[in-house]
Design a protein around this ligand. Structure first.
Ligand code: ATP
Ligand code: MG
Length: 308
């Protein structure tokens, strides 16, 4: 099913999606180098309110900042958005050594002349791309000041010594951040002010089953709900401060189910996908106790995936 249809099924407003179609048609891509940058993803982000927030903000020329706990689908959503709007994506992973040169460009000698070797933000801006600033709060705030003029009403990139560049009208920026990870910095107020911020909440029970069923349509549903249960039980324990958030990891649950589908014994799979996420012996024991109430040692891959 195409993305638009899936979003209608989720309950996203058709009117909003029609407006996206108009945007897409108005800025239609012709250059193969650009169309090849439009992501095509199998997984579709599930969450109609978040979709509505993202789409309306982007149509109104706003930039968006997706913030939330780990494995809540922020990158999946960012990719889906580019695909829905039919825009080429430039993805930049931010880290402590990200500096303005790596974003905008660096001086290089070409034919005895100093020229700018364009960085990802520069390329994105002139081609009307959707720039994904991944883990934006990993970078030092000083490095990001150079983005301010690109992110507000001025819509320009100002590189000292070069001409000012105006952003292509279709350009948007999507930041993702996880405020729990080690090494993250408090984002500067001036930077945050330039985004509409969208809080992606921790996954809830109903959403979880939909995501798992979408990913594993060939699994026994009752068994899938046990895996969902493992996640939810661990989430509850973490909320009560009995364990850390390390093992509360949807990515790990999905990874476990994939290896089970491949034929691995369920207990071995969750050992890798869930228990192994914690490196504290005491915590591991608690996690294992939770898992034992849901997943039997004797289960084989065929118990979960009958058609294997
Ligand atoms: N709402 C959701 N809809 C669809 N898939 C989801 C959703 N939430 C989580 N997932 C699944 O969780 C996994 C992780 O997604 P993703 O990499 O986008 O997370 P993230 O929020 O960027 O995490 P991190 O903060 O660790 O970078 C993917 O397999 C994705 O399909
Ligand atoms: Mg991510």
């Amino acid at each position: 099913m195409i993305l638009r249809e899936q979003l209608i099924t989720q309950g996203v407003s058709e009117k909003l999606l029609d407006d996206v179609e108009k945007f897409k048609a108005f800025y239609a891509l012709t250059d193969q180098n650009l169309t090849s940058r439009v992501p095509q993803t199998e997984t579709v982000f599930y969450g109609k309110d978040i979709w509505a927030m993202c789409i309306s903000a982007l149509l109104e020329e706003e930039n968006i900042l997706l913030s939330g706990p780990k494995a809540t689908g922020k990158n999946v959503l960012a990719d889906n958005i580019c695909e829905l709007f039919g825009r080429p994506q430039w993805n930049t992973s931010f880290h402590v050594n990200t500096d303005s040169a790596s974003l905008i460009g660096t001086d290089t000698f070409i034919d005895n002349e100093v020229k700018l070797r364009r960085g990802s933000v520069y390329e994105c801006a002139i081609h009307g791309g959707f720039g994904v600033f991944d883990e934006i709060n990993m970078a030092k705030n000083d490095a990001l000041v150079v983005l301010h003029s690109a992110l507000d009403y001025r819509k320009i990139i100002d590189v000292p010594g070069y001409e000012k560049i105006g952003l292509h009208e279709a350009t948007r920026f999507i930041g993702t951040m996880n405020y729990e990870y080690a090494g993250t910095k408090e984002l500067n107020e001036a930077l945050v002010s330039r985004f509409m911020t969208i809080d992606i909440p921790q996954i809830k029970e109903e959403t979880l089953m939909v995501i798992l069923k979408n990913n594993f349509a060939d699994a026994n549903e009752e068994m899938l709900s046990q895996f969902a249960g493992v996640f939810l039980d661990l989430q509850a324990k973490s909320r009560n401060s009995e364990i850390s958030t390390k093992s509360v990891d949807l990515r790990g649950i999905i990874g476990s189910l994939k290896t089970i589908r491949r034929g691995l014994k369920p207990m071995l799979a969750v050992d890798m996908g869930v228990i192994g996420k914690s490196f504290d012996q005491y915590e591991k024991e608690i996690v294992l106790d939770v898992i034992r109430t849901r997943i039997r040692e004797s289960w084989e891959a065929e118990d979960i995936f009958p058609e294997r």
